[in-house]
Design a protein around this ligand. Structure first.
Ligand SMILES: Cc1cc2nc3c(=O)[nH]c(=O)nc-3n(C[C@H](O)[C@H](O)[C@H](O)COP(=O)(O)O)c2cc1C
Length: 274
């Protein structure tokens, strides 16, 4: 068997469990890097090499963007005091303070609004949910490109959705104009921990539907509960099944940590979501 087949099999086994996916199929270094992704939550303080930020942003700007409108921006934060204040908003997640670079990814319609103002007009299509969704998608695709680029450089990352616990406070901290909202943060840095084992994902039968959607995923869930619990035994203080995780994460509105009131906050930040 070739080295590529061995590497492919090892990566699929890590992601889905031994023998879950047939080992034949295309393979290269880019796909190997994608399958090797894992979030890291402990960082060394070492600053990133010169030019890293600009390289990550170039990767981000190279992502596809709806109609080339480029309705996203990113704020790079390195000031320890500012990172500490952002960490407080995000349930005191320590890795935000530890990482040398914290990127806040923004759905940003303000640039287009300024363009229109400069042209002496207004953009009637900006206040709609659709346009906000476009901006949030643009920001997400850009951020994921930066994440893949960072990982290809041997750096580690973790997304921080908990910034949305208080999007008004984030906007005030970062001086965001109306029409600009922090979709999530991203810690970037050098891992200060043994790399966690790749976190297993749902079997492909749960997410891959051929021709039409089917919801026959209960067997997949049972297998995944077991796999995630086993992963947790090696990597977390309190292992959990996926079923337990879903029930805890979405079983109560309290678990949303204030994000259940996002619509009002967004309206205040200049997104009426018509
Ligand atoms: C949009 C988004 C927001 C996230 N927010 C957080 C967060 O606030 N804190 C955190 O520790 N992990 C966060 N994560 C990381 C996920 O928990 C992680 O990706 C998931 O558990 C899968 O693990 P893996 O990335 O190691 O494969 C977030 C991930 C995404 C995509």
């Amino acid at each position: 068997m070739s080295a590529a087949t061995d590497s492919r099999r090892a990566a699929f086994d890590a992601r889905y469990g031994a023998g879950a996916i047939p080992p034949d199929g295309p393979w290269n270094e880019v796909i190997a890097a994608l399958l090797d992704h894992r979030s890291v939550r402990a960082y060394r303080p070492d600053p990133l090499p010169d030019g890293t930020l600009e390289t990550l942003v170039a990767a981000a700007q190279s992502a596809a963007t709806s109609s080339n409108m480029q309705t996203w921006s990113v704020v790079s934060v390195t000031d320890p005091a500012r990172k500490a204040r952002l960490a407080r908003i995000a349930n005191d997640q320590r890795h935000i303070e530890q990482c040398p670079l914290f990127l806040v990814w923004l759905a940003d319609l303000s640039r287009l609004a300024r363009l229109a103002e400069g042209e002496g007009t207004a953009l009637a299509a900006l206040p709609f949910l659709e346009t906000f969704l476009v901006a949030a998608i643009d920001a997400s695709l850009a951020a994921q490109n930066a994440t893949v680029a960072a990982e290809s450089l041997g750096l580690s990352t973790v997304y921080i959705g908990a910034l949305r616990n208080d999007v008004r406070a984030v906007a005030a901290e970062l001086g965001l104009p109306p029409g600009c909202m922090a979709v999530f943060g991203l810690c970037v840095g050098t891992a200060d921990q043994a790399m966690p084992r790749v976190k297993p994902r749902l079997p492909q039968t749960a997410v891959l539907h051929r021709e039409q959607y089917d919801d026959a995923d209960s067997a997949a869930r049972a297998a995944y509960d077991e796999a995630l619990h086993a992963w947790g035994r090696d990597n977390e203080r309190a292992p959990y099944t996926w079923t337990q995780r879903v029930l805890a994460r979405y079983g109560t509105t309290g678990a949303l940590h204030g994000r259940d009131r996002l619509r009002e906050a967004l309206a205040e930040l200049g997104f009426p979501l018509r």
